[in-house]
Design a protein around this ligand. Structure first.
Ligand code: SF4
Length: 296
Protein backbone atom coordinates (compact mmCIF):
# COMPACT_ATOMS: atom_id res chain seq x y z
CA UNK A 1 0.00 0.00 0.00
CA UNK A 2 3.02 2.32 0.31
CA UNK A 3 2.77 3.30 -3.38
CA UNK A 4 -0.56 5.00 -2.73
CA UNK A 5 -1.06 8.71 -2.37
CA UNK A 6 -2.62 10.17 0.78
CA UNK A 7 -6.39 10.38 0.47
CA UNK A 8 -6.60 7.62 -2.14
CA UNK A 9 -9.02 4.87 -1.18
CA UNK A 10 -7.27 1.73 0.05
CA UNK A 11 -6.97 -1.01 -2.53
CA UNK A 12 -9.46 -3.79 -1.94
CA UNK A 13 -8.24 -7.32 -1.35
CA UNK A 14 -9.89 -9.48 -4.01
CA UNK A 15 -10.81 -13.01 -2.98
CA UNK A 16 -13.15 -15.93 -3.50
CA UNK A 17 -14.48 -17.94 -0.55
CA UNK A 18 -12.14 -20.79 -1.56
CA UNK A 19 -9.14 -18.48 -1.34
CA UNK A 20 -10.17 -17.20 2.08
CA UNK A 21 -10.83 -20.69 3.43
CA UNK A 22 -7.50 -21.91 2.12
CA UNK A 23 -5.78 -19.16 4.10
CA UNK A 24 -7.83 -20.02 7.18
CA UNK A 25 -7.01 -23.74 6.87
CA UNK A 26 -3.31 -23.72 6.05
CA UNK A 27 -1.10 -20.78 5.18
CA UNK A 28 1.53 -22.91 3.50
CA UNK A 29 -1.09 -24.36 1.17
CA UNK A 30 -2.23 -20.79 0.47
CA UNK A 31 1.31 -19.80 -0.47
CA UNK A 32 1.69 -22.81 -2.74
CA UNK A 33 -1.69 -22.19 -4.41
CA UNK A 34 -1.80 -18.42 -4.79
CA UNK A 35 1.68 -16.93 -4.43
CA UNK A 36 4.50 -19.19 -5.58
CA UNK A 37 5.47 -18.87 -9.24
CA UNK A 38 5.87 -21.25 -10.83
CA UNK A 39 3.36 -23.11 -8.69
CA UNK A 40 4.85 -26.16 -6.95
CA UNK A 41 3.83 -29.50 -8.46
CA UNK A 42 0.47 -30.79 -7.31
CA UNK A 43 -0.35 -34.43 -6.80
CA UNK A 44 -2.49 -36.28 -9.35
CA UNK A 45 -6.03 -35.07 -10.01
CA UNK A 46 -8.73 -36.40 -7.68
CA UNK A 47 -11.32 -38.75 -9.15
CA UNK A 48 -13.98 -37.22 -6.88
CA UNK A 49 -13.21 -33.83 -8.44
CA UNK A 50 -13.66 -35.33 -11.90
CA UNK A 51 -17.10 -36.58 -10.90
CA UNK A 52 -18.01 -33.18 -9.48
CA UNK A 53 -16.70 -31.26 -12.49
CA UNK A 54 -18.53 -33.37 -15.08
CA UNK A 55 -21.80 -33.31 -13.12
CA UNK A 56 -21.57 -29.53 -12.76
CA UNK A 57 -20.86 -29.12 -16.48
CA UNK A 58 -23.85 -31.22 -17.49
CA UNK A 59 -26.23 -29.46 -15.09
CA UNK A 60 -24.95 -26.10 -16.31
CA UNK A 61 -25.74 -27.11 -19.90
CA UNK A 62 -29.13 -28.54 -18.91
CA UNK A 63 -30.33 -25.41 -17.11
CA UNK A 64 -28.25 -22.75 -18.79
CA UNK A 65 -27.78 -23.62 -22.44
CA UNK A 66 -30.25 -26.23 -23.60
CA UNK A 67 -33.74 -25.35 -24.83
CA UNK A 68 -36.62 -27.24 -23.18
CA UNK A 69 -36.89 -29.56 -26.18
CA UNK A 70 -33.38 -30.85 -25.49
CA UNK A 71 -33.85 -31.49 -21.79
CA UNK A 72 -34.45 -35.23 -22.07
CA UNK A 73 -32.86 -38.25 -20.36
CA UNK A 74 -31.27 -39.35 -23.65
CA UNK A 75 -29.56 -35.98 -24.04
CA UNK A 76 -28.34 -36.10 -20.45
CA UNK A 77 -26.89 -39.59 -20.92
CA UNK A 78 -25.21 -38.55 -24.18
CA UNK A 79 -23.73 -35.43 -22.57
CA UNK A 80 -22.47 -37.33 -19.53
CA UNK A 81 -20.73 -39.79 -21.84
CA UNK A 82 -19.19 -37.17 -24.13
CA UNK A 83 -18.02 -35.03 -21.19
CA UNK A 84 -16.61 -37.91 -19.16
CA UNK A 85 -12.89 -38.14 -18.47
CA UNK A 86 -10.84 -40.65 -16.53
CA UNK A 87 -8.64 -38.28 -14.50
CA UNK A 88 -7.86 -39.64 -11.06
CA UNK A 89 -9.57 -43.03 -11.28
CA UNK A 90 -7.72 -46.22 -10.36
CA UNK A 91 -8.28 -47.71 -13.80
CA UNK A 92 -10.64 -47.69 -16.74
CA UNK A 93 -13.01 -50.14 -15.03
CA UNK A 94 -13.49 -47.82 -12.07
CA UNK A 95 -13.84 -44.83 -14.37
CA UNK A 96 -16.60 -46.50 -16.42
CA UNK A 97 -18.37 -47.62 -13.24
CA UNK A 98 -18.39 -44.03 -11.99
CA UNK A 99 -19.50 -42.70 -15.34
CA UNK A 100 -22.62 -44.85 -15.02
CA UNK A 101 -23.09 -44.05 -11.32
CA UNK A 102 -22.78 -40.34 -11.99
CA UNK A 103 -25.18 -40.51 -14.92
CA UNK A 104 -27.75 -42.26 -12.71
CA UNK A 105 -27.23 -39.60 -10.07
CA UNK A 106 -27.91 -36.77 -12.52
CA UNK A 107 -30.92 -38.51 -14.07
CA UNK A 108 -32.36 -39.12 -10.60
CA UNK A 109 -31.83 -35.48 -9.68
CA UNK A 110 -33.50 -34.23 -12.86
CA UNK A 111 -36.29 -36.80 -12.94
CA UNK A 112 -38.97 -34.49 -11.55
CA UNK A 113 -37.61 -31.25 -12.96
CA UNK A 114 -39.79 -29.09 -15.17
CA UNK A 115 -38.08 -28.91 -18.59
CA UNK A 116 -39.45 -25.39 -19.05
CA UNK A 117 -37.99 -24.08 -15.81
CA UNK A 118 -35.53 -21.23 -16.37
CA UNK A 119 -33.35 -20.35 -13.38
CA UNK A 120 -32.48 -16.70 -12.84
CA UNK A 121 -28.81 -17.55 -13.19
CA UNK A 122 -26.56 -20.51 -14.04
CA UNK A 123 -22.85 -20.49 -13.24
CA UNK A 124 -23.37 -16.83 -12.48
CA UNK A 125 -20.53 -14.63 -11.28
CA UNK A 126 -21.49 -12.50 -8.29
CA UNK A 127 -19.50 -10.04 -6.19
CA UNK A 128 -19.81 -7.48 -3.46
CA UNK A 129 -17.43 -5.28 -1.58
CA UNK A 130 -16.87 -4.65 2.08
CA UNK A 131 -14.80 -1.79 3.42
CA UNK A 132 -11.55 -3.60 2.70
CA UNK A 133 -12.31 -6.57 0.45
CA UNK A 134 -13.93 -7.43 -2.84
CA UNK A 135 -15.50 -10.87 -2.48
CA UNK A 136 -16.64 -12.83 -5.47
CA UNK A 137 -17.69 -16.25 -6.58
CA UNK A 138 -19.56 -18.27 -9.14
CA UNK A 139 -22.96 -19.65 -8.15
CA UNK A 140 -24.04 -23.00 -9.59
CA UNK A 141 -27.64 -21.86 -9.91
CA UNK A 142 -29.77 -18.95 -8.74
CA UNK A 143 -33.47 -19.76 -8.62
CA UNK A 144 -36.18 -17.14 -8.58
CA UNK A 145 -39.22 -18.46 -6.72
CA UNK A 146 -42.45 -16.97 -5.35
CA UNK A 147 -41.64 -15.07 -2.15
CA UNK A 148 -42.51 -17.04 0.97
CA UNK A 149 -43.73 -13.88 2.73
CA UNK A 150 -46.79 -13.92 0.42
CA UNK A 151 -45.97 -10.43 -0.78
CA UNK A 152 -46.75 -11.54 -4.30
CA UNK A 153 -43.16 -10.85 -5.34
CA UNK A 154 -40.28 -13.24 -5.84
CA UNK A 155 -37.12 -14.13 -3.97
CA UNK A 156 -33.77 -15.55 -5.01
CA UNK A 157 -32.47 -18.90 -3.80
CA UNK A 158 -28.83 -19.92 -3.96
CA UNK A 159 -28.40 -23.51 -5.16
CA UNK A 160 -25.08 -25.32 -4.82
CA UNK A 161 -24.65 -28.85 -6.23
CA UNK A 162 -22.71 -31.34 -4.13
CA UNK A 163 -21.44 -34.75 -5.20
CA UNK A 164 -19.29 -35.79 -2.22
CA UNK A 165 -19.90 -38.94 -0.24
CA UNK A 166 -20.98 -37.27 3.00
CA UNK A 167 -24.68 -36.44 3.36
CA UNK A 168 -25.25 -32.77 4.21
CA UNK A 169 -27.26 -31.03 6.90
CA UNK A 170 -28.95 -27.62 7.24
CA UNK A 171 -26.04 -26.65 9.48
CA UNK A 172 -23.66 -27.27 6.55
CA UNK A 173 -25.73 -24.83 4.49
CA UNK A 174 -25.97 -22.26 7.29
CA UNK A 175 -22.28 -22.36 8.17
CA UNK A 176 -21.00 -22.17 4.59
CA UNK A 177 -19.02 -18.99 4.03
CA UNK A 178 -19.31 -19.48 0.28
CA UNK A 179 -23.11 -19.62 0.31
CA UNK A 180 -23.33 -16.48 2.45
CA UNK A 181 -21.01 -14.64 0.06
CA UNK A 182 -23.22 -15.78 -2.83
CA UNK A 183 -26.33 -14.42 -1.05
CA UNK A 184 -24.73 -11.01 -0.62
CA UNK A 185 -23.40 -11.05 -4.19
CA UNK A 186 -26.74 -12.12 -5.70
CA UNK A 187 -28.61 -9.41 -3.79
CA UNK A 188 -26.24 -6.79 -5.09
CA UNK A 189 -26.31 -8.09 -8.67
CA UNK A 190 -30.01 -8.79 -9.06
CA UNK A 191 -31.60 -6.36 -6.58
CA UNK A 192 -33.98 -8.96 -5.16
CA UNK A 193 -34.52 -10.37 -1.69
CA UNK A 194 -32.34 -13.42 -1.04
CA UNK A 195 -32.02 -15.30 2.23
CA UNK A 196 -32.28 -18.97 1.34
CA UNK A 197 -29.32 -21.22 0.58
CA UNK A 198 -29.60 -24.83 -0.55
CA UNK A 199 -27.07 -27.63 -0.88
CA UNK A 200 -28.39 -30.13 -3.43
CA UNK A 201 -26.66 -33.42 -2.61
CA UNK A 202 -26.94 -35.55 -5.73
CA UNK A 203 -25.77 -38.92 -4.33
CA UNK A 204 -28.73 -38.96 -1.91
CA UNK A 205 -30.99 -36.67 -3.96
CA UNK A 206 -31.61 -34.56 -0.86
CA UNK A 207 -31.58 -30.83 -0.17
CA UNK A 208 -30.01 -29.27 2.93
CA UNK A 209 -31.44 -25.76 3.24
CA UNK A 210 -31.05 -22.80 5.57
CA UNK A 211 -32.31 -19.23 5.76
CA UNK A 212 -30.00 -16.38 6.53
CA UNK A 213 -30.88 -13.19 8.33
CA UNK A 214 -28.94 -9.97 8.81
CA UNK A 215 -27.20 -11.36 11.88
CA UNK A 216 -25.96 -14.57 10.26
CA UNK A 217 -24.90 -12.74 7.10
CA UNK A 218 -23.13 -10.12 9.20
CA UNK A 219 -21.20 -12.86 10.99
CA UNK A 220 -20.08 -14.40 7.70
CA UNK A 221 -19.16 -11.00 6.30
CA UNK A 222 -17.11 -10.15 9.40
CA UNK A 223 -15.34 -13.50 9.24
CA UNK A 224 -14.60 -13.08 5.52
CA UNK A 225 -13.25 -9.59 6.12
CA UNK A 226 -11.12 -10.68 9.03
CA UNK A 227 -9.52 -13.52 7.01
CA UNK A 228 -9.08 -11.14 4.07
CA UNK A 229 -7.27 -8.64 6.33
CA UNK A 230 -4.88 -11.31 7.55
CA UNK A 231 -4.29 -12.67 4.05
CA UNK A 232 -3.69 -9.16 2.68
CA UNK A 233 -1.12 -8.49 5.43
CA UNK A 234 0.66 -11.80 4.77
CA UNK A 235 0.67 -11.15 1.00
CA UNK A 236 2.13 -7.68 1.55
CA UNK A 237 5.02 -9.24 3.47
CA UNK A 238 5.48 -11.83 0.69
CA UNK A 239 5.76 -9.11 -1.92
CA UNK A 240 8.23 -7.16 0.22
CA UNK A 241 10.47 -10.24 0.16
CA UNK A 242 10.89 -12.85 2.88
CA UNK A 243 13.91 -14.88 3.91
CA UNK A 244 13.41 -18.69 3.90
CA UNK A 245 12.96 -18.63 7.69
CA UNK A 246 10.42 -15.82 7.48
CA UNK A 247 8.42 -17.64 4.80
CA UNK A 248 7.48 -20.38 7.25
CA UNK A 249 6.81 -17.82 9.95
CA UNK A 250 4.32 -15.89 7.80
CA UNK A 251 2.95 -18.92 5.96
CA UNK A 252 3.36 -21.79 8.45
CA UNK A 253 2.29 -25.34 7.68
CA UNK A 254 -0.82 -26.26 9.64
CA UNK A 255 -0.78 -30.05 9.65
CA UNK A 256 -3.93 -32.01 10.40
CA UNK A 257 -5.47 -35.38 9.51
CA UNK A 258 -6.82 -33.63 6.40
CA UNK A 259 -3.29 -33.27 4.97
CA UNK A 260 -3.69 -36.61 3.19
CA UNK A 261 -6.16 -34.83 0.89
CA UNK A 262 -3.90 -31.83 0.23
CA UNK A 263 -2.60 -31.40 -3.32
CA UNK A 264 0.82 -30.52 -1.91
CA UNK A 265 1.29 -33.20 0.75
CA UNK A 266 4.01 -34.90 -1.31
CA UNK A 267 6.25 -31.83 -1.00
CA UNK A 268 5.28 -30.91 2.56
CA UNK A 269 7.19 -32.88 5.23
CA UNK A 270 4.99 -31.71 8.13
CA UNK A 271 1.85 -32.66 6.21
CA UNK A 272 3.24 -36.09 5.30
CA UNK A 273 3.96 -36.76 8.97
CA UNK A 274 0.37 -35.83 9.86
CA UNK A 275 -1.26 -38.01 7.20
CA UNK A 276 0.11 -39.98 4.25
CA UNK A 277 -1.03 -39.01 0.75
CA UNK A 278 -4.36 -40.59 -0.19
CA UNK A 279 -4.94 -42.45 -3.41
CA UNK A 280 -6.46 -40.14 -6.00
CA UNK A 281 -9.65 -42.24 -6.04
CA UNK A 282 -9.95 -42.48 -2.24
CA UNK A 283 -12.72 -39.88 -2.07
CA UNK A 284 -15.13 -42.16 -3.94
CA UNK A 285 -17.48 -44.49 -2.14
CA UNK A 286 -17.47 -47.54 -4.40
CA UNK A 287 -19.84 -49.38 -2.09
CA UNK A 288 -22.57 -46.72 -2.19
CA UNK A 289 -25.77 -48.00 -3.80
CA UNK A 290 -26.90 -46.37 -7.01
CA UNK A 291 -30.65 -46.45 -7.04
CA UNK A 292 -31.61 -43.16 -8.62
CA UNK A 293 -32.28 -44.24 -12.15
CA UNK A 294 -31.18 -46.63 -14.86
CA UNK A 295 -28.51 -44.95 -16.94
CA UNK A 296 -28.01 -47.80 -19.35
S1 SF4 B 1 0.07 -31.02 3.57
FE1 SF4 B 1 -1.03 -30.09 5.29
S2 SF4 B 1 0.47 -28.70 6.24
FE2 SF4 B 1 1.25 -29.22 4.21
S3 SF4 B 1 0.51 -27.60 2.85
FE3 SF4 B 1 -0.99 -29.23 2.75
S4 SF4 B 1 -2.53 -28.71 4.30
FE4 SF4 B 1 -0.69 -27.51 4.75
Amino acid sequence: MDDMLPGMPARLFVATPTKLLTFADCKRRYRYTYLETPRPPKGPPWAANTVGAVVHEVLADFYGRWPASRRTPDEVVAKMRSSWRSEGFRDEVQSMDWRERSTSMVLGYLRDSDPYYEPRGVERNVAFTTERASLRGRVDRIDERPARDRSGGTELVIVDYKTGRRPLTPEDARSSLALAVYVLGARRLLHKPCTRVELHHLPTNTVAAADHDDTSLGRHRDRAESIADDAAAAEARWHEGLSPAQVDEVFPPEPSPMCGWCDFVRICPQGRRAAPPRDSWAGLDDSAPVAMDDAS
